[in-house]
Design a protein around this ligand. Structure first.
Ligand SMILES: NC(=O)c1ccc[n+]([C@@H]2O[C@H](COP(=O)([O-])OP(=O)(O)OC[C@H]3O[C@@H](n4cnc5c(N)ncnc54)[C@H](O)[C@@H]3O)[C@@H](O)[C@H]2O)c1
Length: 363
C-alpha cells in the first residue's frame, strides 16, 4: 500500500459525489469512478476528478486500488461487495448494507474471512455533538438511560408524482423508509446510548398506492415502539411524506440525571435538559477530534463523510478508530429492519436477535 490510499467508486450519483469529495479531503487518490453506463462513467471521471476513465466494474476492480466505495442502489450492494472482496479490496458500502439480513450476514462473514476493512457510512456518528452526547452517557454524567425517542422525517416522497429507484422493491429492497432512513436513527440512538433495540412493535403505512404507473409495495412511513436490552423503552417515527421536513433526524436520549437531544438540521448544538436548567452545548466547546473549524463556522454533513472516510482509511492502515461503523453495524441495521417489517406484517411484538458475528461481539 502506498502512503496515499487509492480508491475507486461504483455509483456516481448523490453519494458517489459526496464520497469523491471525502476521498480527496482525507488525502486519498480517486483512481476511477464507474457509473451504470460507459457514458455516465466518462462524465463522472472529469466531474469527480478521477485519475483515469474506466467503463466497467471489472476494469475498476482489476486496477491498483486499496478500497472500493460502493454507492449504488441497494439491491446491487451485495454482488458488488462480493466482487470487491474477491478482488482483495477493502470496502466501504453504503447503507443499507444489504436488502436482507441473510445477505448482510454473508457479507460480514466474507469480509472477516478476507481480513479486509469493511465499513458502512452511518455518518451521523461523526458530528462532534453526537460524540459529546455519547461521552456523557459513557462517563455516567447523564445517568442510566431510561427512554429513547425521536423521528427521522423527510418530505421528498410526499406527492403522488414523486418517484425514485428506492420505491421499487426490486432495486431498493422490501423496506423503503425504514431501511433508507430509519436505520440511521436506530444506529444513532444505539450508538449514543449503548443500548440495543431488543424487541419492536411496528406499524408501516403506504400513503401513495401508485407511483410512476406501478403499484407501490414499500412503506412511506413506519412507527415503531421498542424496548432495549438494558431496560429502556422508546419509540420512533420514520417518514418520507411529512411536508416541510427535509432531514429532520431528531433523537432524545433521556437519562436519570439529564436528557440529551440532537437535531441533524441544527447539528452545531447539543440540547442538555436538567431539572433546574436546560443548556445548549456549542460544538467546539468540548474536545473532539472531529472538530475541524472553530465554533461559529458551521460544520455539516460533508464533514461527517470526510471524518468517516478518514477513519476508514486509518483502519485500513491498521489503526482502530473509536466508533467506526462496520459491516457488523450494517448487519445490525438489516436485522432491526427485518424485525420491523415482520412486526408490521404480523401485528405483533418481534424480538430482535442479538448479533453473533462482527465487532459488536468482540467489543
Ligand atoms: N449514508 C448516507 O447518509 C446516505 C445518503 C443517501 C444515500 N445513501 C445510500 O447511497 C446509495 C446510493 O444512493 P444515492 O442517493 O447516491 O442514489 P443516486 O440515484 O443519486 O445514485 C445512484 C447511482 O448509481 C448508479 N448505478 C446504478 N446501478 C449501478 C451499477 N450496477 N453499477 C454502477 N453504477 C450504478 C446510477 O446510475 C446512479 O448514478 C444507496 O444505497 C443509498 O441508500 C446513503
Amino acid at each position: 500500500m502506498t502512503d496515499r490510499i487509492r480508491a475507486g467508486i461504483v455509483g456516481v450519483g448523490f453519494m458517489g459525489t459526496v464520497h469523491s469529495r471525502a476521498i480527496q479531503r482525507c488525502g486519498g487518490v480517486l483512481v476511477g469512478a464507474v457509473g451504470s453506463t460507459p457514458t455516465k462513467s466518462w462524465e463522472a471521471t472529469g466531474r469527480l476528478g478521477a485519475e483515469r476513465p474506466m467503463e466497467t466494474v471489472e476494469e475498476l476492480l482489476a486496477a491498483d486500488l486499496d478500497v472500493v466505495h460502493i454507492c449504488t442502489p441497494n439491491a446491487s450492494h451485495a454482488p458488488l461487495v462480493r466482487a470487491a472482496i474477491a478482488a482483495g479490496k477493502h470496502v466501504i458500502c453504503e447503507k443499507p448494507l444489504a436488502v436482507s439480513r441473510a445477505e448482510a450476514e454473508e457479507l460480514v462473514a466474507l469480509a472477516a474471512e478476507a481480513g479486509v476493512t469493511a465499513t458502512v457510512p452511518f455518518v451521523y456518528r461523526f458530528y462532534p455533538t453526537v460524540r459529546e452526547a455519547r461521552n456523557r452517557v459513557v462517563a455516567g454524567t447523564s445517568g442510566a438511560v431510561r427512554l429513547l425517542h425521536g423521528s427521522y422525517l423527510q418530505d421528498w416522497l410526499a406527492e403522488e408524482t414523486d418517484d425514485n429507484w428506492r420505491v421499487d422493491a426490486a432495486t431498493g429492497g422490501p423496506s423503503r423508509a425504514f431501511a433508507d432512513i430509519g436505520v440511521h436513527w436506530c444506529d444513532l440512538a444505539e450508538f449514543v446510548s449503548g443500548h440495543r433495540i431488543a424487541a419492536v412493535a411496528a406499524q408501516t403505512m403506504t400513503a401513495v398506492p401508485r407511483r410512476g404507473g406501478r403499484p407501490v409495495e414499500t412503506e412511506d412511513a413506519a412507527v415503531v415502539v421498542f424496548r432495549t436490552d438494558r431496560g429502556a423503552v422508546g419509540n420512533v417515527t420514520i417518514s418520507q411524506i411529512t411536508p416541510g421536513r427535509k432531514n429532520r433526524l431528531w433523537v432524545s436520549v433521556d437519562g436519570e440525571a439529564e436528557s440529551l437531544s440532537f437535531d441533524q438540521e441544527s447539528p452545531e448544538t447539543l440540547w442538555i435538559g436538567g431539572r433546574e436548567m436546560n443548556r445548549q452545548l456549542l460544538r467546539g466547546t468540548a474536545e473532539s477530534r472531529y472538530v475541524t473549524v472553530p465554533a461559529g463556522h458551521p460544520q455539516g454533513y460533508q464533514d461527517c463523510f470526510d471524518a468517516f472516510v478518514a477513519d476508514t482509511y486509518a483502519a485500513i492502515r491498521g489503526e482502530t478508530p473509536d466508533g467506526l461503523p462496520t459491516f457488523a453495524d450494517g448487519l445490525r441495521a438489516a436485522t432491526v429492519t427485518e424485525a420491523v417489517l415482520e412486526s408490521a406484517r404480523t401485528n405483533a411484538w418481534v424480538e430482535v436477535p442479538a448479533l453473533t458475528v462482527g465487532s459488536e461481539v468482540a467489543a
